[in-house]
Design a binder for this molecule. Structure first.
Ligand code: MGD
Ligand code: MGD
Ligand code: SF4
Ligand code: MO
Length: 731
């Protein structure tokens, strides 16, 4: 078929930020491919980028604003059924209802009784305006997003150690790696195109890969060494590697002297962290820990790449600090092919944070507690209206918002493009909170498990229906371009926010903070002027160069593919002594298995998008992975239905017996509403990062009654997607 037009854009799924070509005929995207000459993917795409964006055409897309027929009383808020409990509304009615509801909460309880979730799927421009509305119009810093459930442990650890949490090196450098450690990242399924560059480094350039993961990910097939630790024991393994490096004198003394502080105090803490001790805690043979330490420390260039296995823990900050300690003592940071690289998850989670979608910072991490920075934003936004001031107190995090509703501190909520009733830990706890809300506005492209609790739903345009920018995992700002029209009356998030802001200002009797943008490029221009790190990036340059890595302070600056060449934002890098321990729920006699949750290649988070895509036919249902020895003890077989229960709830899923998960640990992906893994997970958090543990809690398994397989789910489990490949690997 010949396309009417081919539009270059950025994939809407993961943080790799692959460039895509949307082939459009009759306002329909009929094919997606990739430009061969463009970073970061150079023609490569994974199955989601190539075949998974068909959700934009799904008939269930939200097409008109909706207002709930009978407003619920607090404590009696339930999920409203469509269409029975909703009525279609005009934009004017829906925006007025949303503005009046939020204004009422502000007037009755003050600005901090309202919280909002920004959206790591939406553009930088959408998210910039979202926080501008919250801070500038409603007057609260209660803005946060899914980054809290994601790399918060990494961010907090990196901030403590080096003062910056961005991925330090670029995707382009991966092919030149000499040695690298992939830890707690199922890279082939979650950052598939990055995984191809990492695999190239091994197979084409002879790089040495060390995988540190309890689960047998596909990356282990490429590894020179695989350290299979018990879940939650990373601190012991990495402390012991540091112990070996110090005992064998493999440190980089020049780097330690010139660029770091606190080393001598820190090494005292390593004295008893022997590999033998770490083996007793983690199950990883001491000889492998020694080998990994030597391989990493003696390489000319070596880097860390990590994911949720490090971050999502009640000791996620500690986990991260053990990685920063190793990079600092070996000097493996600040040069090409080295670094500390948390692989960012959502397509625009980097950008959502960079745009100010966090409770403590404006754009590019400019602190809300800094009076000078507030004055700059006040001057720009309020144009000399001295009656308007920005709030100085950092706001609530996503995890604190849920608790804030339960304690009565929070009464109103605005969720732009998130699905907390699939993604929060301990869903019953999260739902109890949502039931207490006085007013709830949601803005999404679909109905989801959360927004059916809302009072007003505002239908948003999806990525292919709007202009803007996303910032990928290596801080590359790239264009998103409108290729097709949104369905029905759906509108781009930035347009919805401008209209909502104007109505709110009218309700609250405020002057206008300037909401008349005719195109997202004008919004970016405002961000650029307020943000020194974006100073050299504008739409014209993005058009010419395809993408620019921030920090980029001036138009003649090339952008910054790798960070920390000369110094760290905090000056010297800091060492931190870390003791092994956990606040997470461990298995016991009643709940004897560790539950580990995560992802599969074909699905995305709560499934809103991928389950409305052709990918759902390939991977139609949830499974729980159980080790063959455990299955034999329990007398269970692949394909049987089992109840998986924790202290928080129970789900029923089909069993997949595989050596992929270690003995004593079961793995469940969290994509499937009919068997939502977060019914089981625990909401205890890391005290510093406020992130929950999605990788360790206690569960039990029992045989359940057979449930007829749904259509499409009759393909033998072993024959689905990548499962076949994985079981073929010997354990
Ligand atoms: N297909 C797909 N891709 C995605 C997503 C998706 O939903 N679907 N989501 C995106 C997002 S937002 C994110 S944040 C990323 C996440 O990407 P990843 O972090 O790669 O994904 P996860 O499946 O959560 O888990 C990663 C790994 O942590 C390991 N792990 C479990 N416990 C431990 C432990 O105690 N220590 C260590 N070291 N490892 C452990 C698991 O075995 C698993 O291999 O993926 C992104 N990409
Ligand atoms: N058990 C368990 N739970 C987890 C994790 C885990 O590993 N295990 N991982 C956590 C992590 S790392 C993350 S990042 C979170 C993710 O958690 P969420 O962000 O809540 O998950 P998504 O399903 O990605 O939600 C995105 C929503 O945005 C909507 N959307 C898509 N595009 C647009 C748009 O352009 N505009 C608007 N307005 N809406 C849009 C989608 O329809 C969907 O409803 O989940 C966390 N939860
Ligand atoms: S690797 Fe990520 S960005 Fe690239 S096509 Fe796949 S989901 Fe999209
Ligand atoms: Mo994430």
């Amino acid at each position: 078929m010949k396309a009417d037009r081919v539009v270059r854009s950025t994939c809407p799924y993961c943080g790799v930020g692959c460039q895509v070509l949307l082939n459009v005929k009759d306002d329909h995207i009929f094919r997606i491919d990739a430009p061969f000459d463009a970073a970061p993917n150079y023609g490569r795409l994974c199955v989601k980028g190539r075949f998974g964006a068909d959700y934009v055409h799904h008939p269930d897309r939200l097409k008109t604003p909706l207002i709930r027929k009978t407003p619920p009383r607090p404590g009696h808020r339930t999920a409203a059924q469509f269409p029975a409990d909703w009525r279609e509304a005009t934009w004017d009615e829906a925006l007025t209802a949303a503005a009046q509801g939020l204004a009422r909460i502000r007037q009755s309880y003050g600005p901090d009784a309202i919280t909002a979730n920004a959206c790591a799927k939406a553009t930088n421009e959408d998210n910039y305006l979202h926080q501008k509305l919250m801070r500038g119009v409603l007057g609260t810093n209660n803005v946060d997003h899914c980054a809290r459930l994601c790399h918060a442990g990494s961010v907090t650890g990196l901030q403590l150690a080096i003062g910056s949490s961005a991925m330090s090196n670029s995707i382009a450098e991966m092919k030149d790696l000499e040695c690298f450690i992939v830890v707690g990242s199922n890279t082939t399924e979650t950052h598939p195109v990055i995984s191809t560059f990492l695999k190239d480094a091994v197979t084409k350039n002879g790089a040495k890969l060390i995988v540190v993961d309890p689960r047998q990910t596909e990356m282990t097939r490429f590894a020179a060494l695989w350290l299979r630790q018990k879940p939650g024991t990373d601190v012991a393994v990495f402390n012991a590697m540091a112990h070996v490096i110090v005992k064998e004198g493999l440190m980089n003394q020049d780097f330690i002297g010139a660029r770091t502080e606190g080393f001598s105090e820190y090494i005292e803490s390593l004295e008893d962290k022997t590999p033998e001790w770490a083996e007793s805690v983690s199950g990883v043979p001491a000889s492998d820990i020694r080998a990994a330490a030597r391989m990493y420390a003696t390489a000319g260039r070596a880097a860390f790449y990590w994911g949720m296995g490090i971050s999502q823990s009640t000791h996620g900050t500690d986990n991260t600090l053990t990685l920063t300690n190793l990079a600092l003592m070996t000097g493996h940071v600040g040069q090409p092919g080295t670094g500390l690289n948390p692989l960012r998850g959502q397509n625009n989670v980097q950008g959502c944070s960079d745009s100010g979608g966090l409770p403590n910072v404006f754009t590019a991490y400019q602190s809300v507690t800094n009076a000078g920075i507030r004055a700059k934003f006040e001057q720009f936004w309020f144009d000399g209206d001295s009656a308007r001031r920005l709030p100085a107190q950092p706001g609530l995090t996503v995890t604190e918002m849920v608790d804030g509703i339960l304690t009565g501190q929070v009464k109103g909520w605005w969720v732009m493009g998130e699905n907390p009733l699939m993604s929060e830990p301990n869903l019953r706890h999260a739902q109890e909170a949502i039931e207490q809300l006085e007013f709830f506005v949601a803005q999404d492209i679909f109905f989801n498990e959360t927004n059916v609790f809302a009072d007003v739903i505002l239908p948003a345009a999806a990525f292919a229906e709007k202009d803007g920018t996303f910032t990928n995992s290596d801080r590359r700002v790239q264009r998103v371009r409108r290729a097709i029209n949104p369905p029905g009356e759906a509108r781009a998030d930035w347009q919805i926010i401008c209209d909502l802001a104007k109505r709110l200002e009218a309700e609250l009797g405020l002057s206008s903070a300037g909401w008349d943008y005719s195109h997202p490029s004008e919004i970016w221009e405002e961000m650029r002027q307020l943000t020194p790190d974006f100073g050299g990036i504008d739409y014209a340059r993005l058009e010419r160069e395809g993408g620019v890595h921030w920090p980029c302070p001036a138009f003649d600056h090339p952008g910054t593919p790798y960070l920390f060449a000369d110094d760290f934002p905090s000056g010297r890098g800091k060492f931190f002594a870390v003791e092994f321990g956990t606040g997470s729920e461990l298995p016991d006699a009643d709940y004897p298995f560790i539950l580990s949750t995560g992802r599969v290649l074909y699905h995305w988070h709560g499934g809103t998008m991928t389950r409305a895509s052709a990918l759902d036919d390939i991977w139609p249902e949830c499974t729980v992975e159980l080790h063959p020895n455990d299955a034999a003890r329990l007398g269970l077989q692949t394909g049987q239905w089992v109840d998986v229960a924790s202290r928080r709830g129970k789900i029923t899923v089909r069993l997949l017996v595989t050596g992929r998960s270690p003995e004593g640990t079961v793995f469940i992906p969290f994509h499937f509403a009919e068997a939502a893994a977060n019914v089981l997970t625990d909401n205890r958090i890391d005290k510093r990062a406020k992130i929950p543990d999605y990788k360790v809690c206690g569960v039990q398994l029992t045989r359940a009654a057979e449930i007829p397989a749904r259509a499409g789910a009759d393909i033998p489990l072993e024959d689905r997607g990548t499962i076949k490949d994985i079981t073929a690997v010997t354990v």
